[in-house]
Design a protein around this ligand. Structure first.
Ligand SMILES: [Zn+2]
Ligand SMILES: [Zn+2]
Ligand SMILES: [Zn+2]
Ligand SMILES: [Zn+2]
Length: 306
């Protein structure tokens, strides 16, 4: 994803966020000129936005610097976070840091316009240096976090990447179709500690939906919950509806809802109880038998809202 072999980098993807003062149509030229293996600090007759951006990267943590930007008496710059951590010693030349602001760099930052770092995912937006981080936090094109609910997974990416990741790394079951019929069996229904959960992915209307099923506790009450998340944005999710039905032994519960985007964490959806909730007693009625085992059949359907 990185273009060129730069040593100084802000974060993955940042090298593609190139913005120049030229009109948009010139970006490609500017880009190809800049993306050879130019070492950091190489001087060019016309400084590119890219190299100015590099100037604004903290030499210590490699993140973009925001005021106050500091420098040592020899001119080595660093961000205010790092300044607090280096105990008044310049990490580059070991000189005492003192308390010198680098106003020139702060002003340079003010003059810069940058493309959103998610340009390669489709974002065409351009922002003043100081406004960009705020946009990027909620950029429509920003990568999604892995929707798997188990141990913390740090993978993020676009939807095709995550689908492949779920399949290969988490061994998640993938199904084609907009209806489902799932059976969940749990040998020890008393145990809802450590939230047991399951995830199945459905391909439906050419999109992917995550069906979560899990056990957890609300206060002292053990609860089972099934809900659907959509692998895409909130806006896209709003076009879909789903229903879930769980029953057995002459009883039945149904739920109809709107899938939540995977932008909403699994935890957040669960805590908001936006799904089919089944209290344990009821679940045991559905299971029938001797209540030693939980056996739930969950059926459901996904459709487009007309
Ligand atoms: Zn830093
Ligand atoms: Zn220094
Ligand atoms: Zn963006
Ligand atoms: Zn993952």
């Amino acid at each position: 994803m990185l273009r060129g072999g730069y040593v100084c980098k802000e974060e993955p993807n940042s090298q593609s966020s190139i913005k120049s003062f030229e009109p948009l149509t010139k970006f490609e030229e500017v880009q190809s000129m800049e993306t050879d293996n130019t070492p950091c600090g190489d001087h060019r007759r016309v400084p590119s936005t890219n190299s100015m951006q590099e100037l604004l990267m903290c030499a210590v943590c490699t993140f973009s610097m925001y005021p106050p930007i500091h420098q040592c008496p020899n001119g080595h710059t660093l961000c205010s976070n790092c300044k607090q951590r280096v105990q008044n010693r310049c990490p580059t030349c070991r000189h005492d840091l003192g308390n010198i602001r680098c106003l020139a760099l702060e002003r340079l930052a003010l003059s810069l316009n940058l493309q959103c770092r998610y340009r390669e995912f489709g974002c065409q937006e351009i922002f003043p240096y100081f406004d960009r981080p705020e946009h990027e936090k909620s950029c429509h094109f920003r990568p999604y976090d892995c929707p798997y609910a188990g141990e913390e997974c740090l993978i993020s990416g676009d939807i095709p990447t995550l689908v492949a990741h779920l399949k290969h790394d988490h061994k998640v079951d993938m199904h084609n179709g907009c209806t489902f019929n799932h059976r969940y069996v749990k040998p020890n229904p008393q145990d809802v500690e450590n939230a047991t959960w399951m995830l199945t992915v459905f391909n439906c209307f050419g999109r992917q939906f995550c069906l979560h099923f899990e056990a957890f506790q609300i206060g002292n009450s053990p609860i089972y919950m099934a809900f659907l998340r959509f692998m895409g944005t909130e806006d896209e999710a709003a076009d879909f509806r789903y229903s879930l039905e769980v029953g057995g032994n002459g009883r039945k519960l149904t739920w109809q809802g709107i899938p939540r985007s995977i932008r909403d964490s699994h935890r957040r959806v669960r805590d908001s109880q936006d799904g089919l909730l089944i209290q344990r007693n009821l679940a045991l009625f559905f299971s029938g038998g001797d209540q030693k085992e939980l056996r739930l059949r969950v059926t459901g359907r996904i459709w487009r809202d007309e």
